[in-house]
Design a binder for this molecule. Structure first.
Ligand code: ADP
Length: 395
């Protein structure tokens, strides 16, 4: 087991693409760290550099107390699990799991107990004599895990290992990976573009964008205190609503103007965010999570901050009612929000959008239906504020 330390790691591909820039990260011994970000942000490249499958252009990589920039992959004491399991079709489960050990010259009678133990942990004991073609997707995934585990490496490196599984199996295998890695206590670096996987698996989550690390923090910290618009919009489902607004002083408190609407904001909001003072009476990006918007007729009676609108779409999930509505507030159009929309597969944002769509997470007891006038209570104490120009959080 070992700590993994990246110091200002960079990767320039032969064609000049700077895939990773100045990536500094310390993964503690036994920690589960998730690298997450949109497609093309450099996560796989980072992982492949740690694995030794890609040359490091800049910076220093250490595993344990050894600098390994020039150490070949097989001598780094890491084991990689890929999204394509790359199992050997002509070998049975036992031989697939034990293959790497045999390749390293380990004797058959030494390999056997290790394969048996790993198969036991993964629930593969009764399938040891089967070939990959006759296994389910989940079982193949387990064999691929087994191949990494049997080597008893210091570090597991996983590159979207669940992306070939259907939704239900993904959730099951996600829990299993979490359980196994915690039990073995092996340092794990896990790459995914799925923020739910990132949030549920990671002790800490590192969000990357365009080759650069944006923020690394425990999942809840990332969710509660995103450092910029990009992290705010990327982590959370449905995503944080982002609107343009202006805060102004109003006696001891504040008011927030959103298009033609104004809502009161308590004075403590400014005390908790001294940085906001410099942005009063100026345009800022206001972020509000769907769960901080509720049905005012249910639980917001007497709430000071209420927005009225027309419900355009409702989605009843049983546990929640998602209500979509729009406000005559300019949408936030920036490089960040464009990239977030692209990543979510949403319509490209129009530069002239003068209305913003907002999603609220109402209680399932809400009677809101499409076409209804709704009163939306805003928990103004939980608003997020970002700089319009830089996208950085204002605290
Ligand atoms: P991710 O895993 O986040 O999807 P990658 O690490 O695969 O991102 O890629 C990061 C960037 O590097 C992308 O712009 C990608 O097109 C580029 N890239 C990846 N592999 C190569 C390569 N072999 N040669 C040139 N560019 C590459």
């Amino acid at each position: 087991m070992a700590e993994v330390a990246l110091a200002e790691i960079g990767k320039r591909y032969a064609d000049g693409t700077m895939a990773v820039e100045k990536l500094s990260l310390k993964v503690a011994d036994g920690e589960f760290l998730v690298l997450v970000g949109p497609s093309g942000c450099g996560k796989s490249t980072a992982l492949r550099m740690i694995a030794g499958l890609e040359e490091i252009s800049e910076g220093t990589l250490s595993i344990g107390d050894r600098v390994v920039n020039r150490v070949p992959a097989r001598d780094r004491d890491v084991a990689m699990v890929f999204q394509s399991y790359a199992l050997y079709p002509h070998l049975d489960v036992f031989d697939n799991i034990g293959f790497g050990l045999r390749l390293r010259g380990m004797r058959k009678n030494a390999v056997e107990p290790r394969v048996t133990a790993v198969a036991e942990t993964l629930g593969l004991t009764e399938h040891l004599r089967r070939r990959p073609a006759s296994l389910s997707g989940g079982q193949r995934q387990r064999v691929a895990m087994g191949r990494a585990m049997v080597r008893e490496p210091a570090v597991y490196l996983m590159d979207e290992p669940l992306s070939n599984l259907d939704a239900k199996l993904r959730v099951q295998m996600r829990a299993e990976i979490g359980r196994i890695t915690r039990r073995t206590g092996v340092t794990t670096i896990y790459v995914t573009h799925d923020q739910t996987e990132a949030m549920t698996l990671g002790d800490r989550v590192a969000v990357m964008r365009k080759g650069r690390l944006q923020q690394v923090a425990p999942p809840q910290e990332l969710y509660d205190n995103p450092v910029n618009v990009f992290v705010a919009g990327f982590i959370g489902s449905p995503p944080m609503n982002l609107l343009e607004g202006v805060f102004s002083e109003d006696g001891d408190a504040l008011r927030l103007t959103l298009g033609d609407r104004t809502i009161p904001v308590g004075g403590t909001f400014l005390q908790n965010r001294p940085g906001l003072r410099a942005h009063l009476d100026r345009r800022v990006v206001v972020g509000v999570r769907p769960e901080d918007l509720s049905d005012a007729t249910l639980d917001g009676a007497g709430a000071p901050a209420v927005l009225t609108a027309e419900a355009e779409l409702t989605e009843a999930l049983g546990s929640d009612l998602y209500v979509h509505f729009s406000l005559p507030v300019p949408a936030v159009v920036s490089e960040d929000t464009r990239e977030l929309a692209r990543d979510a597969g949403a319509e490209p944002l129009s530069e002239r959008a003068d209305r913003s769509t907002v999603v609220a997470r109402f209680s399932p007891r809400s009677a809101a239906r499409p076409g209804d006038r709704i009163a939306v209570a805003v928990d103004a104490s939980r608003l997020h504020v970002f700089d319009v120009e830089t996208g950085r959080s204002i605290r």
